[in-house]
Design a protein around this ligand. Structure first.
Ligand code: BDR
Ligand code: CA
Length: 324
């Protein structure tokens, strides 16, 4: 008998968030205490409904506490072009009388952290607004968290701007609060790490043809179809080269965070002090890495990149758990 690790998933589903949650549930290591959706890829109205739906669809059936509707300070465009207007690539579902839990994400996050007496783990795969609000309300929150993993940031090129990664760019002020907050075991899975956790063209096709005996086949078909349609639309436009590049490897960014959470040995790490740029004109939302140690301390473990074959194995093993 193994005691499951208590975990909260803070997310903005999101087609790739959906993959991450799928894996965290399937691996069987975690006692998912609840899900705390935040604004991000699409507005909170959709990310929260998607979280509620996924909790049921995957058989997690744990409470979903709505979080922040807006960033702390900035207002920026969202990513409907990637995830579809409903955030799940247009996958349609019925909420069938499902209800949100009463209360706000940050109160649940703190309450659960206290209740778990230092054992709670946390994964955040959207903008960091919910986590920053929790910290501002309860500065002792970070010390109560056993292990914290985020998908966010970029050590080189960004995907929202030339230097900023989407999650961090959506709320850089929240990110800066989180980096400074004093989490003791804090792993950053950045964009460059995510890029190493890809599926090949053949594996993408396999996913798109997930057999009917898998209860997730509907969602998987739609997610792959939506991605392929998106890429097709970019053909012949000024984004042609980018689309061609993206077409070669399918990356579900947030799935890399799940892999690191499930099997930390899948990546190597380097400790750094990480900060977030909140004022720059071209650098707004960039994660800044103190490579030479000016800070005299470190605050994160940067996940350098995953073992691709082990990632593929883990991903499809997790998916298999949903066969009926
Ligand atoms: C991150 O941004 C979102 O589009 C994805 O869900 C992922 O969390 C990748 O930059
Ligand atoms: Ca996300």
């Amino acid at each position: 008998f193994m005691i499951k690790r208590p975990l909260i998933i803070d997310c903005d589903p999101g087609t790739d968030d959906a993959q991450c949650i799928m894996m965290l549930n399937a691996c069987g290591l975690f006692d998912i205490r609840g899900i705390t959706p935040v604004h991000g890829n699409v507005p909170l109205e959709f990310t929260s409904k998607n979280a509620l739906f996924l909790s049921k669809y995957y058989g997690i059936n744990r409470p979903v506490y709505k979080g922040a509707e807006e960033r702390l300070i900035v207002r920026l465009p969202r990513a409907e072009y990637v995830h579809g207007s409903n955030g799940l690539g247009g996958f349609e579902y019925d909420l069938n009388g499902l209800n949100f839990a009463d209360g706000k994400a940050w109160d649940f996050l703190y309450g659960e952290a206290v209740k778990q007496k230092g054992q709670l783990e946390l994964v955040a795969i959207g903008p960091l607004t919910n986590i920053a609000i929790t910290i501002m309300k309860h500065p002792d929150f970070p010390k109560l968290i056993k292990k914290f993993v985020i998908m966010g940031g970029a050590r080189t090129a960004g995907n929202a701007t030339p230097l900023a990664e989407f999650n961090i760019y959506q709320d850089p002020h929240a990110a800066e609060i989180v980096f400074k907050a004093g989490f003791e075991d804090f792993t950053v899975v950045d964009l460059q790490c995510c890029m190493t956790a890809y599926l090949t063209k053949e594996e993408e096709e396999k996913l798109g043809a997930t057999p009917k005996n898998n209860s997730l086949c509907g969602l998987m078909h739609q997610v792959v179809r939506h991605r392929q349609e998106n890429l097709r639309k970019l053909k012949g436009t000024k984004y042609n080269d980018l689309a061609e590049q993206e077409g070669k490897k399918m990356v579900f960014c947030d799935a890399a965070a799940a892999a690191v959470m499930i099997d930390p040995t899948i990546s190597k790490y380097q400790d750094y002090y990480m900060m977030c740029e909140t004022r720059g004109d071209k650098t707004f939302g960039q994660t800044v890495i103190d490579r030479l140690g000016f800070a005299g301390t470190t605050n994160i473990h940067l996940a350098l990149g995953v073992d691709r074959d082990r990632f593929r194995q883990l991903y499809f093993d997790c998916l298999k758990k949903y066969e009926v």
